[in-house]
Write a protein that binds this ligand. Structure first.
Ligand code: M6R
Length: 580
């Protein structure tokens, strides 16, 4: 949620550096963007509502500063407006800050400050922090930060400039990621390592704060000064092989490379060392949000067969709202592309507190969820930028398969998947997309695993193409939703096993006889007359969810293009949801 960056460097083209940094972070939020620096002893900000591209247009002249901060916002506290756009400056103009996260007690702190006569320009919690820093009146800014940390509650990654110390940035972190990295003659701090070009980076832990300058850094936690080790920066170049305009389509097309990468990485059985050390367990729970949760619904089947146990899946926020009974003989597996999702992280904390064994399946090895769990398995998807998760979903499903093989004690192989996987006919999908966008709603129907995969198809179509696509188990249609079927309705029916062919014929007839149109999606021919059909590539049966999901990802993508919307930046959403 929100992207932030701070830079110190001599001789840099600061305008270019900030804009390029913000462009890389924009997937974290794009409601407004702004930059701040000090000029002639006074803090200056330049801001726009909307995407970084608008800010880029606005910043015509070079920025004459050797230190600056910048932010791209996903609105939480306070609406989408210029006054709420970061950076925020304290009333006395000593502090200028950018912030990710939510200060939970901001309202009461704001009221206290207002009583003392502080005037606020916007509604954000960030402005409250800037003014709290100002009001402490300590000479040493680190003392001010220490004091403010006693007052604020919630999640925050903060980068601040104090106009009296123009050689350093001040940084604070709690429950929202923050990293910094040195490169020749410059240092950058950011909410994401993708903006770094140095060899290593340093990751802050919760409760840590300090200051960084061009040559040095000083970090503290509540017990005093701390030392930090550097982590090697893995360069995760984004594959733009099709030179297309959107990350999402490139990321879908990368799926097959991701399968190959996993196949290769998981040949090394050392990858399971930490998992093996967790020891025996008698129950497994799978937890995630959104697409990551949907991957659990597919992964569950592989693990149930391997562990010969029934497995429950939980949406992380529901797990937190009504936690199941947990104990030390349980294995809780947390799935998250980013490894930073706040709901999932809270679930990790609950599982740890109950003594359960914890395994993270994420795309970011140094992410908070990866670090908080006792064991970690990488999904090897490479950086995913599009807000709609695509290749990461497929990777998560495959990792569940790899883990199931490991639990069973058989060597995992993706041979049949890699050799059989083919992308569907995209022209045909695009033609269908043109018809589907005319509808406000779509019914997505399947049975068993096909139904569970339709839940993911529905999420993808809803989030980017803004068509209300609702997944339904085929057998449930006649128990209520059939009432909605008339000549205007379109249902997409997914059938990936030969076994249910007779039953699917009934489902199609139930819809067609009420005038509804059916699009049949399968590796098989439709069992009766249908409005339209899409052919899936045939891979081993256990991998069919991967064949079908890619088809629906493409359908969602083309529906979005046909509606002239941006598939990479769906409205109201951001890639990494680091607030509960
Ligand atoms: O980073 P995570 O996998 O934990 O994110 C979880 C969800 O926010 C995410 O999968 C979301 O549902 C996607 N935008 C869907 O495409």
């Amino acid at each position: 949620m929100c992207g932030l960056i701070g830079i110190i460097g001599k001789g840099l083209d600061m305008r270019k550096e900030l804009i390029e940094g913000l462009e890389k972070l924009e997937y974290r939020g794009y409601d407004s963007a702004g930059i701040g620096y000090v000029e002639n002893g006074q803090p200056v900000t330049q801001k726009t509502v909307g995407q970084v591209a608008r800010l880029k247009e606005k910043l015509s002249s070079p920025i004459k500063a050797e230190m600056a901060i910048a932010h791209t916002r996903w609105a939480t506290n306070g609406g989408v407006s210029l006054e709420n756009c970061h950076p925020h400056i304290s009333e006395g103009k000593t502090w200028m800050i950018v912030h990710n996260g939510i200060i939970e007690n901001a309202d009461e702190l704001r009221a206290e400050l207002e009583e003392k006569g502080v005037h606020f320009y916007g509604q954000t919690d960030t402005e409250v922090v800037a003014n709290l820093l100002e009001r402490t009146k300590f000479v040493d800014p680190i003392d001010s930060i220490r004091e403010v940390l006693k007052k604020i509650k919630g999640s925050y990654a903060i980068v601040a400039i104090n106009k009296n110390y123009l050689d350093r940035l001040f940084i604070i972190k709690n429950k929202s990621p923050l990293y910094f990295s040195y490169d020749e003659g410059s240092v950058r701090v950011a909410s994401d390592t993708s903006v770094f070009s140095g060899k290593n980076f340093i990751s802050l832990n919760d409760g840590e704060f300090g200051e960084i300058n061009l040559n040095n850094f000083k970090l503290f936690n509540k017990n005093g000064k701390i030392n930090k080790k550097e982590t090697k920066l893995e360069k995760t170049e984004i594959n733009r092989k099709n030179n297309s305009n959107y990350y999402m389509i490139d990321e879908i097309h990368e799926t097959i490379d991701v399968f190959k990468r996993i196949n290769c990485e998981y040949k090394d059985l050392k990858i399971f060392n930490k998992f093996d050390k967790l020891g025996a367990f008698d129950e497994i729970k799978l937890i995630g949000c959104g697409t990551a949760y949907h991957s659990c619904l597919i992964g569950k089947k592989y693990l149930e067969e391997a562990a010969m146990k029934e497995i429950n899946c939980y949406i992380a926020s529901e797990f937190n709202a009504e936690p199941p009974k947990l104990n030390k003989n349980m294995l809780c597996i947390f799935v998250s592309q980013s490894g930073e999702t706040a709901d999932t992280l809270l679930a990790v904390e609950k599982a740890r507190a109950a003594g359960a064994k914890t395994l993270a399946i994420t795309n970011v090895p140094y992410s908070t969820i990866s670090k908080k769990c006792k064991a970690y398995l990488p999904i090897c998807a490479g950086r995913e930028v599009g807000v709609a998760s695509t290749k990461a979903y497929s990777a998560q499903v495959v990792i569940f398969y790899m883990l199931a093989c490991h639990i069973k004690g058989v060597a995992p192989s993706l041979k049949g998947l890699i050799s059989g996987f083919k992308f569907p006919d995209e022209e045909k999908i695009r033609e269908l997309a043109k018809k589907l966008i005319k509808k406000r709603e779509l019914f997505l129907i399947g049975r068993g695993e096909d139904y569970r995969n339709m839940l993911e198809a529905g999420l993808k179509i809803r989030e980017i193409s803004l068509v209300n696509a609702v997944a339904l188990p085929a057998g449930e249609l006649k128990h209520g939703t059939l009432a909605l079927i008339d000549e205007d309705a379109i249902a997409i029916v997914l059938q990936t096993s030969q076994k249910g062919m007779e039953k699917v014929k009934n489902t199609i007839n139930e819809i067609s006889s009420r005038g509804g149109k059916v699009v049949f999606v399968s590796q098989f021919d439709p069992p009766c007359e249908v409005y339209d059909s899409l052919k899936l590539c045939q891979v081993p049966q256990k991998f069919m969810p991967l064949s079908s999901v890619v088809t629906f990802q493409l359908l969602a993508f083309y529906m979005t293009l046909e509606k002239n919307l941006n598939p990479d930046k769906p409205r109201n959403l951001a890639k990494s949801v680091t607030v509960e």
